[in-house]
Design a protein around this ligand. Structure first.
Ligand code: PLP
Length: 395
């Protein structure tokens, strides 16, 4: 491997658990690097020392920097960012704000995250809008030709796309989708939960209108953190499903209310402030390493893992798409995914299990009840990959 623009020794020193653990569950929740851990703990210490509101006031410049950091991360503006407690709620705040009517068409793809798909169906049931799942092409990614054909038929209000699914290494061609939605004036909501922090994700290059992501996965932030980005000129047209005194203010005549003009209309007043500080540290940490070097190393390690696993008798790889990222999914004949997870866990190797109910449109269709995702990050090493393959071989 020669994509070593990342200082791996330093990244591992910042991540003490790497000394005793092979953590390949970075798409579940990665390990926080020490600066992130310290940012959370230091804020909690400040709260303990002077009080929660007082601590937030003292930390305000740093907490405000979260918006600049996130804007820098996705190529947006700070007023387009909302802190939300997780990716699902961030996505919901945008999706449920879109005014759908009977007959509106909502297009999605087979990689759609189950929570999103449930929300699409709920809104369709309530409003009479229609949900259509665009089929995948022969590589297993969204068929952009079929998408364009569907959009050309008219009546499409929204394209909802999961960039990288929960259940595999596929990277959907988001920019190709964005070119179609832009050309036809259709809204594009991108679930970038599994891609942000793993690779460069630029909202202008992709051409999406709304993007949701979480803190704990490839960004290596604390749990219970996430964010939403909404294109500036769209914000005023989206009335959040919930409003509070942070998102809006009561009008002078007390008969109405005025919703704030920036993306913080999608936030709520109370939040995990120490988590905000930690998320800010995580984004700054990722930006300091560079998202392109992160992607190069993650993809290279992913390829190594796929290669190593494919040489093991009985192992089947399940990743789809022309572009494949650091999430490597496999099964081994005769070994249930839960058993693989627990046996590797006993060897100090963390992997995950993805079940069909997380991604019914994809795993369900492929008749895969569950798969084992092993998701690498830049702090993993070739030795860890070799050790993991060895452990799978010896199962
Ligand atoms: C593609 C995708 N979208 C959304 C989510 C939900 O993220 P969160 O748990 O932060 O709400 C996940 C979680 O695994 C995911 O994989």
């Amino acid at each position: 491997m020669h994509t070593l623009a990342i200082d791996v020794a330093k990244a591992r020193a910042d991540t003490p658990a790497t000394a005793r653990l092979v953590h390949l569950n970075n798409a579940g929740a990665s390990l926080m690097p020490d600066p992130v851990y310290r940012a959370v703990v230091e804020h909690l210490q400040l709260e303990r020392a002077i009080g929660g509101y007082e601590a937030a006031a003292e930390a305000e410049p740093l907490l405000e920097d979260l918006y600049d950091a996130l804007a820098g991360l996705v190529g947006g503006h700070r007023d387009e960012i909302a802190f939300v407690e997780n990716a699902t709620r961030a996505w919901d705040m945008a999706f449920y704000a879109i005014p759908f009517a009977a007959g509106d068409r909502i297009l999605t793809a087979e990689a759609e995250y189950a929570s999103n798909y449930i929300a699409l169906r709920q809104v369709a049931n309530r409003t009479g809008a229609q949900v259509e799942v665009i089929p995948s092409d022969n590589l297993g990614q969204i068929d952009v030709t079929a998408l364009e054909r569907a959009v050309r038929q008219g009546g499409v209000k929204l394209v909802s796309l999961t960039h990288v699914p929960t259940q595999g290494g596929l990277v959907n061609p988001a920019a190709a989708v964005g070119r179609i939605t832009r050309a036809h004036g259709v809204l594009f909501l991108l679930d970038a939960c599994q891609s942000v922090g793993q690779m460069p994700v630029d909202v202008s290059a992709i051409g999406c209108d709304m993007l949701s992501a979480t803190g704990r996965k490839f960004l290596r932030g604390p749990r219970g953190t996430g964010f939403l980005w909404v294109r500036r000129d769209l914000i005023a047209h989206l009335e959040p499903p919930f409003l509070d005194l942070h998102a809006a203010e009561i009008s002078a005549d007390r008969t109405g209310y005025r919703i704030r003009g920036d993306a913080r209309r999608f936030e709520n007043w109370e939040s995990f402030v120490a988590g905000r500080a930690g998320l800010r540290a995580a984004v700054r940490y990722a930006l300091s390493l560079g998202l392109a070097p992160i992607r190069d190393r993650v993809y290279a390690l992913g390829r190594e893992l796929r290669q190593g696993l494919s040489a093991i008798p009985g192992v089947a790889l399940h990743d789809l798409g022309a572009e494949q990222c650091g999430i490597v999914t496999f099964t081994r004949a005769g070994f249930a995914p839960d058993l693989i997870q627990s046996r590797l866990g006993a060897d100090g190797i963390n992997v995950s299990v993805s079940r069909a109910r997380y991604a019914e449109l994809d795993l369900g269709k492929r008749k895969l009840e569950a798969v084992v995702p092993a998701s690498v990050h830049y702090f993993n090493t070739s030795e860890e990959i070799a050790r993991t393959c060895d452990a799978v071989r010896r199962l």
